[in-house]
Design a protein around this ligand. Structure first.
Ligand code: C2O
Ligand code: CU
Length: 483
């Protein structure tokens, strides 16, 4: 159990250094007020910001700040909050020493706004600007991040929440964003280099040693008895899967990846979110004034840690809990027509401890050792995504239903993300029942097979890749072409 709460800088330090894999979170003297982000006015649909270096107090207010990269110099970047159907307009500037783009993760948008360098736009050069502009069709919890050198750029803190509000949201007392991340920090509290090294790339990706919520030190989340909170949880980590358990509370899931789902309790009592995955929870505060309950991460056996405590203040907001509906209205997404679907198979291969002996890169066959020399280790259907080989793995006609059976033939789990679409999950093997839910990212376990489908109603070249960012860089990336 890593619940020991260090009380001094020294013990904080040794805590961080002591646990190679991961340090227990909550190691700060400064409890922050609320782990929520300021809400700009809805009328303000025009945003202008730059990606640039900045500083963040990731560990504690009385410890040195960490040099980060962030939108507006902050991590997370500014919260963008629009009403469903409004137009997003972001005047973006690159203040980094290298090229970048912005990708609007989970948004169904015009291909030219998708932010993929060399596929949908030219990268934005240092000092240059790019205007991102599109209408937002779906309500829900999304986020934005770069799509160039992503392991390093996102890993240094470039990401921000993108919240699209329903016209008639469920009644709650508070609407709160928790943007989860983990960081690999050195003894001097600075971000460790070595992004995309072969070791991380060919194993589970870059797992950090320090967790943050909204880029801040935290240990408590103040609540009041009887209140109803909508928690929008976003996993912005490069590779870490979060698995959260709420002690003595019964959150209801109302959306995955921004897409409404029939309200249901946490499957197995735990919210599992792979990289880039999101969930909206409705959390009724059923405790009493003065009580305290832990939110623990139990995903990695032997590396469980406490994320924070729900700490009840002295007030009772209401004696009887709210019983108004928490069900969200569906987004306007066409339902797949399975009878007439074009069927495709995607086999994920490679990595250490896998069975893949070699694969094709830029038209040539290589064995695993040779691939490693190119910094590659993964393949989709035996093809490694190379620098210039973005030939589509799936081609579809506009309007047809695309059904994909995806099999994970590796020893690692992969959060597979499709750009520009939400897909419906029809089938998973193992003993994980499917709710027929919509997602844009699905965590596929080793040896698991999943079936997903979507109507190809949005033309363009769309990436389909692992969101363990080091795996994507290592070749686990493909293109779906809709014409
Ligand atoms: Cu969240 Cu291809 O990205
Ligand atoms: Cu992966």
């Amino acid at each position: 159990m890593n619940d020991q709460k260090p009380t001094s800088t020294v013990s904080r330090r040794s805590l961080m250094l002591g646990l190679g894999g991961f340090a227990a979170a909550g190691a700060t003297a400064a409890a922050i007020g609320t782990v929520g982000l300021p809400r700009p006015a809805l009328a303000n649909v025009q945003h202008a910001f730059a990606a640039k270096p900045g500083l963040a107090k990731l560990i504690a207010d009385d410890l040195p700040a960490t040099k980060i990269w962030g939108y507006g110099g902050m991590t997370p970047g500014p919260e963008i909050r629009l009403a469903q159907g409004e137009r997003l307009r972001v005047d973006f500037e690159n203040g980094l020493p290298e090229e970048t783009t912005v990708h609007w993760h989970g948004m169904r948008l015009p291909n030219a706004m998708d932010g993929v360098p060399g596929l949908t736009q030219a990268p934005v050069q240092p000092g240059e600007k790019f205007l991102y502009e599109f209408d937002v069709p779906d309500a829900g919890t999304f986020f934005y991040h770069p799509h160039v050198n992503t392991s390093a750029q996102l890993g240094r803190g470039l990401y921000g929440p993108l919240i699209i509000e329903e016209p008639n949201p469920p009644v709650v007392d508070r609407d709160v964003v928790w943007m989860l991340d983990d960081w690999r920090l050195e003894n001097d509290f600075q971000i460790a280099g070595g992004f995309g090294n072969l070791m991380d790339m060919s194993h589970g990706g870059r797992i950090g040693n320090w967790a943050s919520i909204n880029g801040e030190p935290y240990e408590t989340f103040p609540v009041q008895a009887g209140e109803r909170v909508r928690l929008r949880i976003i996993n912005a980590a490069n590779a870490r899967v979060f698995g959260l358990e709420f002690q003595d509370h019964a959150p209801q899931v109302i959306a995955y990846d921004g897409q409404p789902v029939a309200p249901h309790p946490l499957p197995g009592g735990r919210l599992v979110l792979g990289p880039a995955m999101r969930a909206d929870l409705i959390l009724d505060m059923t405790g009493a004034p003065g009580q305290q309950f832990a939110v623990r991460d139990t995903y990695y056996k032997g590396n469980e840690f406490k994320l924070l405590d729900l700490v009840y203040g002295p007030n009772v907001v209401r004696e009887q809990l709210l019983d108004s509906s928490i069900r969200l209205a569906a987004n306007p997404i066409p339902d797949p027509n399975m009878a007439g679907a074009g069927r495709h198979r995607m086999v994920l291969g490679g990595g250490m401890m896998g069975t893949m002996a070699g694969a094709v890169l830029d038209g040539q066959s290589f064995d695993m050792v040779q691939l490693a020399d190119f910094g590659k280790a993964w393949a989709v259907n035996g093809v490694v995504a190379g620098s210039d080989s973005l030939a589509p793995v799936i081609s579809a006609h506009l309007g047809e239903t695309v059904a994909i059976t995806m099999h994970n033939d590796t020893a690692f789990e992969h959060p597979m993300h499709l750009h520009g679409y939400a897909f419906r999950v029809f089938n998973r093997d193992g003993n994980k029942p499917t709710l027929g839910e919509w997602r844009d990212t699905i965590l596929v376990d080793p040896a698991e097979t999943v079936e997903i489908a979507f109507v190809a109603d949005n033309p363009g070249n769309w990436l389909f890749h692992c969101h363990t960012l080091e795996h994507a860089a290592g070749g686990l990336l493909a293109v779906v072409r809709v014409t």
